[in-house]
Design a protein around this ligand. Structure first.
Ligand code: ZN
Ligand code: ZN
Length: 351
């Protein structure tokens, strides 16, 4: 209810239609398909037969309007807009397909349709206590899964094997599913920041980067750990140490009142002095119901971090033909610092 109140305060329109699943869940608690109609006095879930009961259970304070093939969403939206006396309505033009938007425009003649302009996303940046407890649980599951599979990781297994171990373990520990497509990249594949796990057989002397996350009550976590198989070369060890130190420096720099771009620069300057150009992505991103949300911990995001912001800190070094390394934690800003939600070890583990 607090979230919905805050949303209506910023709406600056008579009503809104919300289609993005994360925003539907955030504002109503409902996690099925369909959309929301919201006005000052009305809150309605529009969905089809398959989800009517679920909507009633997950969002008992909301009216449910059942869509059918004869009476589709846009037509019901028109009736609801008339009932609410709405002359202006915000819709997620950055999410709807062109066809969806045309259908709404045709149905809602006389109602001015305005872009949502990221209002729910802006609210979602600052997590409340309930959201933080879900992210902490998703983080605990991911960290523990990493610790639990370490004895099962060995040279001779494939990247896909490693991914299966991780995802199985997270499910066993209570994850609702992977937070995103798990990354497992060994050897020279490690220089691809978003490598797709392959049948590459992990060999002694290689680094393996695992980037993964769990889901708990819809909330996600995001962690990366890089491990070594057998003794790695001084070159790979130096890469690992550089990333490890850069991440530590960034964690020392982060906190409430700090600007995202300044935290990014701490890690970037450190890596660029040693491996120029090898850290080509931003330092981190917000995490919540969606894996990449605002704010971005990047050179061009001047957001001042505040209590309730949840962001990743994930520097990396990627050298084509040699390999790569990334270390990532999900951290939660508090009034006097931050909580690192990840308890998995970060020293170089040699298996
Ligand atoms: Zn990640
Ligand atoms: Zn990440």
């Amino acid at each position: 209810m607090d979230r919905l109140d805050a949303f209506l305060k910023r709406l600056d329109a008579d009503a809104a239609l919300i289609h993005r699943p994360e925003n539907i869940r955030y504002l109503s608690g409902y996690a099925g398909e369909g959309c929301l109609f919201v006005s000052r006095d009305m809150r309605v879930i529009l969905t089809d037969f398959r989800y009517v009961e679920q909507a009633g259970r997950q969002a008992p304070d909301w009216r449910v309007a059942r869509t059918t093939s004869e009476r589709k969403g846009p037509e019901i939206a028109r009736e609801l807009a008339a009932e609410a006396g709405a002359r202006s309505m915000r819709v997620e033009t950055d999410y709807l397909t062109h066809d969806d938007f045309l259908a709404l425009s045709e149905a809602l003649t006389g109602v001015e349709l305005r872009p949502m302009a990221g209002i729910p996303e802006a609210l979602r940046q600052i997590k409340d206590a309930e959201e933080i407890s879900c992210i902490r649980e998703a983080s605990r599951i991911a960290s523990q899964a990493f610790i639990n599979i370490l004895p099962r990781l060995h040279a001779g297994m494939t990247e896909i094997d490693a991914k299966i171990e991780l995802e199985f373990e997270m499910l066993r520990l209570g994850s609702e599913g992977p937070a995103f497509d798990t990354i497992a990249a060994a050897g020279v594949n490690g220089s691809l920041p978003h490598a797709v796990p392959s049948k590459h057989v992990i060999a002694e002397g290689e680094l393996l980067t695992l980037d993964f996350g769990a889901t708990y009550r819809g909330y996600l976590s995001d962690i990366t750990r890089t491990v070594a198989f057998g003794g790695v070369s001084p070159e790979l060890r130096a890469i690992y140490d550089t990333v490890h130190d850069a991440q530590q420096l960034a964690l020392e720099a982060i906190g409430p009142g700090k600007r995202c771009c300044d935290v990014d620069r701490v890690a970037r300057d450190y890596i660029d002095a040693r491996y120029p150009g090898a850290f080509g992505h931003s330092l981190g991103h917000g995490v919540g119901l969606f894996i990449h949300e605002q704010p971005r911990v990047s050179a061009n995001d001047a957001t001042v971090l505040m209590p309730g912001h949840v962001v990743t800190v994930e520097p990396g070094v990627y050298i084509p033909g040699v390999g790569g390394c990334r270390i990532e934690d999900t951290v939660i800003m508090t009034s006097d610092g931050f909580v690192n939600a990840m308890h998995a070890p970060k020293h170089l583990i040699e298996l």
